[in-house]
Ligand binder design. Structure first.
Ligand code: SF4
Length: 284
């Protein structure tokens, strides 16, 4: 597929983050050729002048201003929130590599998220980062399902990259995201990767906007046995599946001493729990 590419000049690479776990975000690109069918970042298309579909364009950011050491000192920085900083164009433009060269000299906490084996190219620089966590997204071991959902590295390439990072002393996280009900087998993924993964993060599939009908149609066609379950979750808003899966993850991780964070509908579950507690107090 032909990806429309263009170079854009920006004044600053740093963006103040509104994500809970980071002070700043750096997105070296706008757009993402990985084109995940469930991409939450596709809303970014509205802010560009692109007529192409999400996944079919990429803006390569050029910035003459150095990253401010002063601003990042002691801060947390996330690479990247609305693109994959190791998308295939990084091989040619090396925007992420140039950013890393600057970040290695700054005492900040860096978190990198990717779905690409290309991160292996930068092991030399990653090893120089003072505080670093790398997360790799893996939500299946089924290469066909992966291929249906994104154009990023294969699952075996992602796992291999995690293994290599781990061997080089880099803190590795397997980000199980998004978890597709019944399609993602969290136990099998942990089993396949536990020797070189420090920590697991879990996030549920959240369907909203334009990709909701597309994903539901895909499930209906390829996994008709789960059609009713997806209807209950995504049309009727039934949370029982996620609550039960949360308990199963907790039990499994406790039993096998797996370090993890559950990011399932976090705020909503907490609020529900509080409401239930309040209701039971009133009923007493
Ligand atoms: S890799 Fe991330 S940013 Fe890129 S298309 Fe997939 S979900 Fe979106």
């Amino acid at each position: 597929m032909k990806i429309m590419e263009r170079t854009v000049q920006v004044k600053d690479l740093l963006t103040k983050s509104n994500l809970p776990a980071s002070d700043y975000v750096i997105n070296p690109y706008v757009g993402c050729p990985h084109g995940c069918k469930y991409c939450y970042a596709c809303f970014m298309k509205r802010f560009t002048n692109h007529s192409e579909e999400w996944g079919q364009f990429i803006d390569i950011k050029q910035c003459s201003r150095a990253i401010s050491k002063k601003r990042l000192q002691g801060k947390t920085v996330f690479l990247s929130s609305v693109t994959d900083c190791y998308n295939p164009f990084e091989e040619k433009y090396e925007c992420t590599r140039k950013i890393l060269e600057q970040l290695t000299a700054i005492d900040c906490e860096l978190s990198i998220a990717t779905k690409s084996k290309l991160i292996r190219r930068d092991v030399d620089l990653l090893k120089k980062c003072k505080k670093l966590k790398v997360s790799m997204s893996v939500n299946t071991l089924d290469e066909q399902f992966r291929k249906d959902m994104d154009n990023a590295s294969t699952i075996s390439e992602r796992l291999k990259a995690l293994e290599e990072l781990h061997e080089n002393g880099i803190y590795t996280i397997l980000f199980m995201s998004p978890i597709f009900p019944e399609i993602t087998d969290f136990r099998a993924i942990i089993e396949a990767s536990k020797d070189y993964v420090e920590e697991y993060w879990f996030e549920n599939l959240n369907l909203r906007g334009s990709y909701k009908p597309r994903i539901l149609e895909y499930v209906k066609t390829h996994y008709p046995q789960y059609k009713q379950l997806y209807h209950e979750i995504y049309t009727e808003g039934n949370m029982a599946y996620w609550q039960s899966l949360s308990r199963a993850i907790k039990a499994y991780c406790s039993k096998h001493s797996v370090k993890y964070i559950n990011y399932f509908y976090h705020e909503k579950l907490v609020a529900e729990k509080q409401n239930k507690k309040a209701a039971s107090i009133i009923a007493e």
